[in-house]
Design a binder for this molecule. Structure first.
Ligand code: ZN
Length: 131
C-alpha cells in the first residue's frame, strides 16, 4: 500500500467515524408515551422498536471501535495487514471495507468454517438418525 492509498483510506475511515458518531448520538425513543391514544399494542410496538434501536446502537458502537482500531493501525503503520496470516490485504478490499482485519483468503476460509458449523447444527439431528 502506498502513501496515497493510506491517506485515501484514512479519509474514508474518518468519514465513516463521523457518520457513525452522528447516528450514535441520536436519541433512542423512550419507552411509554403520554398520549392518551397509545394503547397496549402501541406500547408493544414501541418497545420492540426500542430494542431494535438498541441492537443497532450496539452494532454501531462495535463498528466505531473497529474504525478507531483501523485509524490507530494507520498511525502505527500496521494497517492493511491480515491479522490471521500476516499478508497484505489488497487495497481494493480495504477500499470496499476499510475496517476489515482479514485478507480475502482468511475471510472466506472463516466464512466457510462458519457455514460448516451452521450446517452441522442444522442437520445434526437428521445425520444422527441416518447412522
Ligand atoms: Zn490472511
Amino acid at each position: 500500500m502506498n502513501k496515497n492509498d493510506r491517506e485515501k483510506l484514512k479519509k474514508v475511515l474518518m468519514g465513516q467515524l463521523k457518520e457513525l458518531q452522528t447516528d450514535f448520538n441520536k436519541e433512542v425513543p423512550s419507552l411509554g408515551t403520554n398520549s392518551p391514544l397509545a394503547d397496549i399494542n402501541d406500547q408493544a410496538s414501541l418497545e420492540s422498536e426500542r430494542s431494535f434501536e438498541l441492537r443497532i446502537k450496539d452494532r454501531e458502537r462495535k463498528l466505531i471501535s473497529k474504525v478507531y482500531e483501523a485509524l490507530k493501525k494507520i498511525d502505527e503503520g500496521t494497517y492493511g495487514i491480515c491479522e490471521s496470516c500476516g499478508e497484505a490485504i489488497s487495497v481494493k478490499r480495504l477500499m470496499a471495507r476499510p475496517v476489515t482485519t482479514l485478507c480475502i483468503n482468511c475471510k472466506s476460509e472463516m466464512e466457510a468454517e462458519e457455514r460448516r458449523e451452521e450446517t452441522i447444527l442444522q442437520t445434526g439431528g437428521a445425520a444422527n438418525q441416518m447412522t
